[in-house]
Design a protein around this ligand. Structure first.
Ligand code: ASP
Length: 458
């Protein structure tokens, strides 16, 4: 994949890319290296090593102490120290840290009656000061950069504190950022409600901010810088030799992310997907690695499967009834029972006389199970009903599957060869994925077998 040097780009940097002064220097170099990187979205400093704590986690702990009325707050000190280390490492003036200390104390002393607001004001501080430091570091190196406050720029969020969604008017307001002469440094993760109160997205929400800005400014590219080289065709912890994926479509990314591909949260990129902005995943620590491009469409060039994904934590309700296919309304009534319990189902593979519903195990408590099974028994009078827990879903994904004969045969053969019993098989109607339900204990074996079948000999 060749680097796209021209065009207007929104570049988002995750927490590990800003974890210390050295990382911030890398970010600054990347911004200097490409004049197209006009909008920079930053996360709060993340972990420097495995045992470290993210600034956002420290801030949450701070807020908890604040709510509990504790005066001693070691996490508040730890947050200030993290930023102080970065500032000092970058050789920036000290006054910014004095302001941070004061700001944090003020937010901790604020009104605690509305817990959501209280938490969000404190959580937002991590991204806010990260952006201020990056802007200062860029200016110190002679790159004109401006810190932009999300509320002032017009990023309006709903009042669901900690789980806010963007309000549509934001896009119009944020469009003007495209005109900025200096590089815009924009904190991720938070915005303001229409009443001007700070609200945050769910965790990992800086990706959402980046996607919103890319859509609002009609960017040519949304670059998402993280700490991995690319998306891999299978989880490298399960298949160490898994290849890199260079090009993916939005639909493929969505299917892979659904079944456990953790590079980023597929829902986070929805604004960029709706605006059909290409997305690129890159590594801040190895910018020379080509990364993965995610695009609206791609030409079919052979290679029917792009990735094998898997996730556990699923369960199934199997319902069997002779002549089910003739019983008008059976499916609707079954789904109604599940809906009445406030559950959403993930898949519904079915046969002539049987149907099954796949649910997330975490939503399906034993009390709920008893209740639902009892209702299905009395209201639908099935011949058999069974609940199976401890299932994993393994998916093969690829636009090319649609054009290829024999994908299912190859996959089932591979699974049989590895001694994995297929509990369930479902091909999505879009024909770009095929899902296998297997026992969770067979998940890794299944992923390895499918990877071998589709990638090893080609
Ligand atoms: N700092 C926030 C978090 O840790 C948001 C983000 O990094 O995207 O969740």
């Amino acid at each position: 994949m060749s680097e796209q040097r021209s065009g207007f780009k929104v570049a988002k940097f995750g927490g590990t890319s800003l974890a210390d002064a050295e990382q911030v220097r890398k970010v600054c170099r990347l911004i200097q290296a490409d004049a197209g990187r006009r909008i920079v979205v930053v996360s709060a400093p993340g972990k420097r090593s495995g045992s470290d704590r993210k600034v956002t986690d420290l801030l949450i702990a701070c807020a908890e102490r604040g709510i509990a009325g504790q005066r001693r707050n070691p996490e508040a000190e730890a947050v200030v120290r993290r930023f102080e280390d970065i500032r000092a490492g970058l050789g920036l003036p000290e006054d910014s840290i004095a302001a941070l200390r004061e700001d944090l104390q003020e937010r901790l002393a604020a009104d605690r009656r509305h817990k959501g607001r209280y938490f969000d004001a404190i959580k937002a501080l991590g991204e806010d000061y990260s952006a201020r430091l990056v802007a200062a570091a860029l200016n110190a190196q002679g790159v004109a950069a401006t810190y932009v406050n999300p509320g002032a720029a017009g990023l309006r969020l709903s009042e669901e504190h900690g789980n806010a969604v963007v309000l549509p008017e934001s896009y119009r307001r944020l469009r003007k950022l495209r005109q900025s002469r200096s590089v815009v440094v924009f904190p991720g993760f938070f915005g303001c409600t229409p009443a001007g109160v700070v609200a945050t997205f769910p965790r990992g929400g800086s990706d959402i901010t980046g996607a919103i800005l890319a859509a609002a400014t009609q960017a040519d590219l949304y670059e998402n810088f993280t700490d991995v080289d690319s998306v891999f065709a299978a989880d490298p912890r399960i298949v160490p030799e898994a290849r890199r994926i260079e090009l993916l479509t939005y639909r493929e990314m969505r299917e892979l992310a659904y079944a456990g591909f953790g590079v980023f949260h597929d829902e986070a990129i929805v604004p960029a997907v709706r605006a059909r902005i290409p997305i690129c995943i890159r590594n801040t620590n190895r910018p020379e690695a080509p990364g993965t491009m995610i695009v609206p469409e791609r030409p079919y060039r052979g290679g029917e499967v792009v990735g094998v994904a898997s996730a556990d934590g699923f369960c199934a309700i199997y319902v069997d009834k002779y002549l089910m296919n003739r019983e008008v309304g059976f499916g609707r009534r079954l789904l109604q029972i599940v809906e009445d319990e406030g559950l959403s189902y993930e898949h519904a593979p079915s046969g002539i006389d049987n149907t099954s519903l796949i649910l997330r195990e975490r939503d399906f408590s034993t009390t709920r199970e008893r209740h639902i099974v009892r209702r299905i028994r009395t209201e639908l009078t099935p011949d058999k009903i069974e609940v199976e827990r401890g299932l994993a879903l393994v998916m093969i994904v690829g636009e090319g599957m649609h054009y290829t004969v024999g994908v299912a045969a190859r996959a089932t053969q591979a699974l049989a060869g590895a001694g994995v019993n297929i509990e369930m098989l479902n091909q999505g109607s879009s024909e770009i994925s095929m899902m296998f339900g297997v026992k969770a204990v067979h998940r890794e074996q299944a992923v390895r077998a499918l990877y071998r079948a589709f990638f090893s000999q080609s």
